[in-house]
Design a protein around this ligand. Structure first.
Ligand SMILES: CNC(=O)COc1cccc(Nc2cc(Cl)ccn2)c1
Length: 337
């Protein structure tokens, strides 16, 4: 009996001192398991007298029950303690500022292109792509550009061979479009174009967007209405004007100006004291071009226009040097976040 109570005392102390669930489990296995001390003690019971054996057996059972209860309580207490420690250590301070991620953004040129595409697609224009490597035929001949025109010179065009060039404007896309689609249609074709210039206002690759509307009884008023809406969407509600001009592929041709957004027409460095900024070229499609693609100028006519995307982007954001768009300087680019 003394031995049993001594063991009980010992185990109770171990349980009280146990700090972890794992330690508690070791105690349970060592003492209460099949190879535990109580199994040993029960084996010794056979040496006892008949009246002593039941009494000792009962004491052993009582002690085992007490120990098991203690183990369960300790287990619960340790679980509780462990949970509280975890809650304490894993607490999330929701008042902390979020982690700042260094997101990228759309390049200003692409942002302007998307803006322009949206404005025209809302007016029912198709958005069309085409090859950047083009034939001389589609880049010049189809556009009624004479063989002797300076834009065909090596100073103004990248030739891959005598009949293949890097397109100098996106007009070839419109030629291909007319060859494949019937009329009436409205389309724009934004994209990269290439010219051998490189200075503060020219880069060998830049972006243009041309547009073309062909159908019955298209008038210059339609041209003015559509382009005026476009310019006001991009630059806000400013005055616009059309100045007579010449392009080989349009007749009559015009250049479109918007009132200077800096000096509101007073005259400044940006508008070279004129009070006006040139935005784009346009005109009624020359009958020669319609004929070239097999359309009959007596049945259909149309207007076309072309706008430089870098130019518009520089005006929108007040950027002075065209080359900044292509140098990938993060100090420049992250201003457009
Ligand atoms: C930046 N671009 C400019 O200053 C001028 O671009 C222009 C002006 C007028 C017309 C066109 N395109 C065009 C295309 C066909 Cl298929 C037929 C007739 N014209 C492009």
């Amino acid at each position: 009996k003394e031995e049993i109570l001594k063991v009980k005392e010992e185990i109770q102390n171990y349980i009280k001192e146990s700090k972890t669930l794992q330690k508690l489990e070791e105690i349970r296995v060592n003492y209460m398991g099949k190879k535990g001390i109580f199994t040993e003690l029960s084996k010794k019971m056979k040496d006892l007298s008949n009246e002593e054996r039941p009494k000792i057996g009962q004491i052993i059972n009582e002690v085992k029950e007490t120990i098991n209860n203690l183990l369960d309580e300790r287990n619960k207490a340790l679980k509780e303690k462990e949970l509280n420690e975890r809650l304490e250590s894993e607490i999330i301070d929701i008042s902390l500022p979020g982690t700042k991620y260094n997101y990228g953004t759309t390049h200003p040129i692409n942002e302007t292109m998307e803006l322009m595409k949206n404005i025209f697609s809302k007016m029912g224009f198709d958005i069309v792509d085409g090859p950047e490597i083009e034939t001389v035929e589609y880049n010049f001949d189809a556009l009624n550009i004479p063989k002797t025109h300076p834009s065909r010179d090596l100073t103004d065009t990248f030739y891959l061979n005598d009949s293949i060039v890097l397109r100098t404007q996106t007009s070839p896309v419109q030629i291909r479009y007319m060859l494949e689609h019937g009329t009436p249609f409205r389309m724009i074709c934004p994209g990269k174009v290439y010219r051998p210039d490189y200075d503060i206002s020219h880069t060998p690759m830049f972006h243009q967007m041309e547009g073309l509307v062909v159908g019955k009884d298209i008038s210059f008023a339609d041209l003015k209405g559509i382009l005026t809406h476009f310019v006001k969407e991009v630059f806000g509600d400013r005055k616009v004007r059309f100045r007579p001009h010449f392009f080989p592929f349009t007749e009559p041709s015009a250049e479109m100006d918007v009132e200077c957004m800096i000096c509101h027409g007073e005259g400044c460095r940006l508008c070279k004291e004129s009070g006006w900024i040139e935005i784009m070229g346009c005109g009624m499609v020359d009958p020669e071009v319609l004929k070239y693609v097999g359309l009959n100028p007596d049945e259909v006519n149309g207007f076309a226009f072309g706008v430089g995307i870098e130019r518009v982007t520089m005006l929108r954001h007040g950027i002075g040097d065209l080359r900044a768009f292509f140098e990938n300087d993060m100090r420049f680019l992250k201003q457009f976040k």
